[in-house]
Ligand binder design. Structure first.
Ligand SMILES: *[C@@H]1O[C@H](CO)[C@@H](O)[C@H](O)[C@H]1NC(C)=O
Ligand SMILES: *[C@@H]1O[C@H](CO)[C@@H](O)[C@H](O)[C@H]1NC(C)=O
Ligand SMILES: *[C@@H]1O[C@H](CO)[C@@H](O)[C@H](O)[C@H]1NC(C)=O
Length: 345
């Protein structure tokens, strides 16, 4: 087909689409689809066998210039990468893409300080990660070594505008430090036993599997979240939407890390591992239960019965639930659709 023929074909297609849709709504979508695809990017390849540009993920990150302007994809081929990796503040617009949640693993056992030690530290804004599992192996898999159980972070996310699709985060205590900024986690698996999703991120977790491994603590329950909103005016909080809570042992949905902790489970399936009380108050950190925003709405499953929940569990208005569960809670200006990759609904 000549260039002209191709052009004419596309033109005819456009006109047909526009006609057949009456108001041309679908046509608009089609055009915006093209706009989204304009985010093109260069790809560099990490391959342990030496057939890519780099053999470690960190050396690929190091090769990206400071204050990077254009999206760049680091494609991490299948394999187990035994390294601690860090995307520093000055390297935004990196799209870290693995070969699959069960194919590309990044593993380390760093645990000396939760401030500086994690398998993956992401400090820059505008980061996308897809199809990679991050493991802190200090205590995980459980019983695989004789180490005492202690905080050992698999990922610490401190930048704004960061999205994670089909990723895994595995650990026992403090697995995912959702530290600061607006974050979108979709179709991810997060595993742990104690405070394993913690921090003051402003995040939506959509269709994620929350996998509790608190059986070894029995009869003590574990804690899924330890959210750390500090003041009533702070916009952060964790929203779990269409998620699945499964696992062994028993668990609280959360306890506060700071006084105004905010967590909402919405339209999620909660298995019988959730303790009837649901939430633990903040006596141990000296907070008032009235300041905590711990809520549930439209959940199902054996652990979703709220009749014996802590009496101070929050009852949010429908408007507030709608506000927290809509994408605009984390994406008012539409940053997600302009990233190198997205899985928006
Ligand atoms: C990566 O490797 C490919 C294939 O060898 C090469 O064409 C490309 O220039 C390399 N890119 C960088 C940034 O080194
Ligand atoms: C809980 O599940 C994890 C992961 O499958 C497993 O390693 C652990 O042995 C289980 N613990 C108990 C007490 O069943
Ligand atoms: C609730 O979650 C289910 C299963 O993930 C999904 O099919 C459904 O659309 C969701 N409903 C609402 C009201 O969000």
């Amino acid at each position: 087909m000549s260039v002209l023929e191709r052009f004419l074909l596309v033109l005819v297609l456009c006109i047909c689409l526009k006609r057949s849709e009456g108001g041309g709504r679908r046509f608009e979508h089609w055009v915006s689809g093209i706009e989204a695809a304009v985010t093109t990017y260069e790809t560099i390849v990490v391959d342990q066998s030496g057939e890519g540009n780099y053999t470690t993920i960190q050396s690929a990150i190091d090769a990206i210039p400071s204050d990077n302007l254009h999206w760049i994809c680091i494609y991490v081929k299948t394999g187990i990468y035994n390294e601690q990796i860090k995307i520093p503040y000055d390297k935004p617009r990196i799209y870290l893409k693995g070969g699959g949640k069960r194919k590309t693993y990044v593993v380390s056992s760093s645990h000396n300080s939760i401030e500086t030690d994690a398998t993956f530290i992401s400090q820059a804004d505008e980061i996308v990660v897809k199809s990679i599992t991050f493991i802190n192996s200090y205590n995980y898999p459980l019983g695989s070594n004789g180490n005492p159980i202690m905080p050992a972070v698999a990922a610490k996310i401190s930048g704004d505008k960061s999205a994670f699709y089909r990723c895994g985060f595995m650990g026992v205590q403090d697995t995912l430090w959702d530290d600061a900024g607006r974050h979108y986690f979709k179709l991810c698996s997060i595993r742990g036993a104690v405070d394993f999703i913690m921090g003051s991120g402003q995040s939506i977790y959509e269709r994620c599997t929350i996998s509790v491994i608190a059986g070894f603590l029995s009869p003590q329950p574990g804690f899924i979240t330890a959210q750390s909103r500090d003041a009533a005016v702070d916009p952060n909080g964790f929203v779990f939407k269409d998620c699945n809570v499964i696992g062994n042992g028993t668990t609280y949905l959360g306890r506060p890390w700071r006084g105004h902790a905010r967590v909402l489970f919405y339209n999620s399936t909660l298995s019988d591992i959730v303790v009837p009380q649901g939430w633990l108050d903040g006596d141990f950190i000296g907070t008032t239960m009235n300041d905590l925003v711990f809520a549930e709405d439209k959940c199902r499953g054996d652990g979703s019965d709220t009749s014996r929940r802590a009496w101070w569990e929050s009852r949010l208005s429908m408007d507030e639930i709608r506000r927290l569960t809509s994408m605009s809670y984390i994406d008012e200006e539409g940053w997600i659709k302009y990233q190198a990759f997205n899985m928006l609904p």
